[in-house]
Design a protein around this ligand. Sequence first.
Ligand SMILES: Nc1nc2c(ncn2[C@@H]2O[C@H](COP(=O)(O)OP(=O)(O)OP(=O)(O)O)[C@@H](O)[C@H]2O)c(=O)[nH]1
Ligand SMILES: [Mg+2]
Length: 686
Amino acid sequence: MRTHTTTDALATVRNLGILAHVDAGKTTVTERILYATGSTHKRGEVHDGTTVTDFDTQERDRGITIFAAAVSCAWDGHRVNLIDTPGHVDFADEVERSLRVLDGAVAVFDAVAGVEPQSESVWRQADRHGVPRIAFVNKMDRAGADLDAAVASIRERLHPAPLPVQLPIGAEDGFTGVVDLLHLRALTWDDDGTAAPPAPVPEELREEAARRRRLLEEAVAELHPGALEEFCDTGSLGAATLVAALRDLTRSGDAVVVLCGSAYRNRGIEPLLDAVLAYLPSPLDVPPVRGTDDDGDEQARSADPAAPLAALAFKVNATPTGRLTYLRLYSGTIEKGDTVWDATARRTERIGRVLRVQADRHAQVDRAVAGDIVAVVGLKSARAGSTLCAPDAPLLLEPPGVAEPVVSVAVEALRSTDTGRLASALARLAEEDPSLVVRTDRETGQTVLSGMGELHLEVAVEKIRRDHGLGVNVGRPRVSYRETVGRGVSGFVYRHVKQDGGAGQFAHVVLDVEPLDEPGSGFAFGSTVVGGRVPQEYVRAVEAGCRDALAEGPLGGHPVTGVRVTLTDGATHVKDSSDTAFRTAGRFGLREALRTCAMVLLEPVVEVTVTVPEDAVGGVLGDLAARRGRVTGSAARAGATVVTATVPLAELFGYATRLRSRTQGRGTFTTRPTGYAPAPAAAPAR
Ligand SMILES: Nc1nc2c(ncn2[C@@H]2O[C@H](COP(=O)(O)OP(=O)(O)OP(=O)(O)O)[C@@H](O)[C@H]2O)c(=O)[nH]1
Ligand SMILES: [Mg+2]
C-alpha cells in the first residue's frame, strides 16, 4: 500500500528560479544560497570555475552559465528547489523551459547598471508564464552601486510598483548590511560574510528607516484593500499585516518586493531566503495545470499526491551516471520501478531511480510527489517537453514553446570515417537542447546545425569536440531568412483532380492570400465558405495543407511567415473528395498562389546595446553604421555611453572581437532579438 504525503507538506516547497541579465550574479546568488542553507561547505566562485551549478567544463572555462541547473536545498523547514538559469540571450530557450516549471522567481539586478536589456526580456518571459517574482539588487559592494536608482529603473521599465523592504547600511566598499524595514532591525554581516545577530537600527539611520517604512506602508495600503482598512483605522500597518499583504501582492503580480545585498561578499542572502518563503507561492498556491486527455478534452490537475500522475520533463542531461531526465510533478506520485505513460512519444516507460539533485551529489529518494522537481534515471524516450502520466489516466501537457533557430553553420567531421559518429553526437545534442536543429541541406548535402546565435552554436560544436573527441570542421555562420507576402492575391483558384480510374481525388479551393500587419508574425487561417460548400473537416485539411506549403517559400525555399490565408470557396465530389485531397489542394494551391504574390525576403534583426567609454563612441557608431545598424538611442550611464541600435543579425558575426579591439577591451554589448525585417536585395538567397 502506497503512502501519500499530505498536501500540508507541499506548502513547505518552493520551486524557485533565479533570473536575470547576463553577469548580474545569478550563479553567485545560487552558490551563496547553497552555502547559507548548509548544502555546501565551501563558497565557489564563478571566476575560479568552482561553483556548483556552473558544472559544465565550458561554463567553467567561459565563466558563464549555459545550461539551467536544478538543485535542492532546505531553509527554515522548507524545501527549496532552485533553478539557476543562463543570462545570455542565446540560451533564452533554456530559460523558457525553466519558467514553465517554476512557481516563483528571484530577479537579480546589478546595483550599478539597474535594469539591463536582457533583464527586460526575461521579465517579459516571466510575465507570459505568470511567474510571481521578487527582486534582488545585487553587487551593492560595487563602486557606483545605488539601490534607489535600481528601484527607479525597475519602476520605469518593468513594474509600476517596486516596493523596497530594506535600507542599505553603508555604501559600496563599506556596504555591511541592511535595515529590515518590516521589523525595523539591523542585519549585518562581518568581513567573512557571517551574519551578526539582529540589532537595533543604528542611530544615524533611524529617521531615514522610519521615513521609508512609512512610504512602504502607504504604498501597500494603496494597493491592498485589507491593508487599507487597517491603515485607515489605525494610521499605520503592523509587520504581520505588511507581510501578509506583500505575499498577496507578489502572488497577484501587483507589486514587486525589492531586497538588496552582495552575493559575492555573502551579504543579504539569508533575508532573501526568508523573503522567498514569505512571499513566493508554494505548489499549492498556483493554479492547477491543464492538459488534454486522449479524447482531446481539457482537464485540470491540482497538486494532489493522490491524484493520477502528470509530470513534465523539462530537461534531459547525459551524465556519467546515465541519462537524467528532470521532471516537474504537477499531480500524483512517482516511485522507483513505476511504469508510466509517455504521452508525447506514446509509449510506456519505467522509472529507474528517483534522485534529488543536491549541491555536489544526487540523493536517491523513494518517491517524489506533486509539486516536486526531481531527476529520474531510466527513461528512454522522454525529451525536454514530454509529458509523463499515469497509464490509466493519460494526459498531455502543453510542451514549452521552442524558439525558431536564427543562425546556422555547416558542420562536417574532420575525418570522413567519423561521419557516423558526428551524426549520432549531433542527434544526442539536439535531444538535450530542443532549440538546436540538425538537418541535411538538400542542395549541398551538407549537415547543417541551427541554433539561437553564434555563441549557442560555438558551445554546441565545442561540446562535440570535447565530449566525443571528434575533429569537426565548421563553416561560416549564416542567418536564417524568412519570406513574407508583400502584395497578396485574391480569389486564387486551385483544383486538385485525379480521376483516372480507381479511387479518385477531388478538391477544389479558392484562396485569398494577404500580408499580416507585422512581418514575421506567423500564420493566420480563416474560412468564409458559405452553405457548407466545403465541410468543416476539409477546411481543417486545407489549413494543414497551407501549413505544409509555408515550409518553403518561392524566393529561396525559406520558411514563409506573416501571411493570412482565407478559404473563400470550394467544391467537393461525392465519391472522390477526402482529407488527403483537400490537404494536397491546400498545399499546392498556396504554393502556386505565393508564386503570384510579390514576396519579400526577411532577415533576423536584433537590438544591440553597446556600453563603451566616451572616447570610443565615435568609432563604435561608425562601425554600427557600416553594419547597416540604425541607432535608436544613446545615454550616459556611470561614466560610459550606452548606445542602442537595431542591426541585422547577419552583420553581427564577429562583432564581439571587433568591439573588443576597437575599445581595448573596455566595450561590452548585449543583443535582444526583435524579429524580422526586409533584407536588402543583395542579400544572399541562401
Ligand atoms: N562586486 C560584486 N561582484 C559580483 C557579485 N555577485 C557576482 N559578482 C561577480 O559578477 C560576475 C558574474 O557573476 P555570475 O554569478 O556568474 O553571474 P550570472 O548572472 O550567473 O552570469 P550568467 O550565468 O553568465 O548570465 C562574477 O565575476 C562574479 O564574481 C557581487 O555581489 N558583487
Ligand atoms: Mg550564471
